[in-house]
Design a protein around this ligand. Structure first.
Ligand SMILES: [Zn+2]
Length: 77
């Protein structure tokens, strides 16, 4: 999960970039916070660097592999 205190620092968007699932170690499409669809954990990844790899964190058996979904996108201005 990702957390925040002041909602006025966030802007809701409806873009398809928030629906795509990404493989561990794949290209980071946007700098921001990514959520693991299997366990709900979150991590930061930045444009130009790979998404966290499969071994980033361990899952209990049966919940499947890590898949990353963009939760919040960082943007300059
Ligand atoms: Zn996970």
């Amino acid at each position: 999960m990702a957390y925040y205190k002041y909602g006025n620092y966030l802007v809701q968007e409806q873009g398809p970039e928030f629906d795509a699932l990404h493989s561990p170690g794949g290209q980071t499409p946007y700098s921001g916070i990514y959520r693991c669809e299997a366990c709900g954990g979150s991590s930061v990844s930045t444009l130009g660097n790979p998404l966290p790899p499969q071994g980033h964190h361990l899952h209990n058996p049966g919940i499947g592999p890590i898949q990353w979904r963009l939760v919040t996108k960082a943007h300059w201005k």
